[in-house]
Ligand binder design. Structure first.
Ligand code: FES
Length: 142
């Protein structure tokens, strides 16, 4: 590069820096939009609030806590990891009893965790859940 005029070297350096900055920005925005989780499920019991927030015969997504809870019948609850088993994105919504992954379109049965639509084929891992003191609690030892 020593044979290049100074102006040309400056342009090349600028392009390299812009490229690196662009990659950094893309990685950050991808993480925040797609919600890649650091861990698939809570590592300690987490309180989810009133069990009444989970509709009987439906399910509720607790995205921040990375769990989904379904209520197949009044007083019965099942919880699963909200991290897609395909490539680790967090589910973004629950419609009826189906959870949706925004990354590649996988859908999961919220009553069993089973993958209903690929590319994911592995079910969502079950998470212990219980009602304690009138609050839903999910996670290990729950
Ligand atoms: S990460 Fe969920 S479908 Fe790919």
């Amino acid at each position: 590069m020593s044979g290049l005029p100074a102006a040309r070297r400056t342009v090349l350096k600028g392009a390299a820096l812009a490229g690196a900055a662009g990659l950094g920005a893309a990685a950050c925005s991808t993480d925040s939009k797609l919600g890649h989780a650091q861990t698939p499920t809570p590592t300690a019991p987490v309180e989810l609030g009133s069990p009444d927030e989970v509709p009987v015969g439906g399910a509720k997504l607790y995205r921040e806590q990375r769990v989904v809870v379904s209520c197949p019948a009044k007083g019965q609850y099942k919880a699963f990891s909200a991290q897609c088993t395909h490539a680790g994105c967090l589910l973004d919504k629950v419609e009826g009893n189906e959870g949706n992954c925004p990354c590649h379109g996988s859908r999961f049965d919220m009553t069993t965790g089973k993958a209903l639509h690929g590319p994911a084929t592995v079910p969502l891992p079950a998470v212990p859940v219980k009602v304690e003191g009138g609050r839903l609690v999910a996670g290990p030892d729950a």
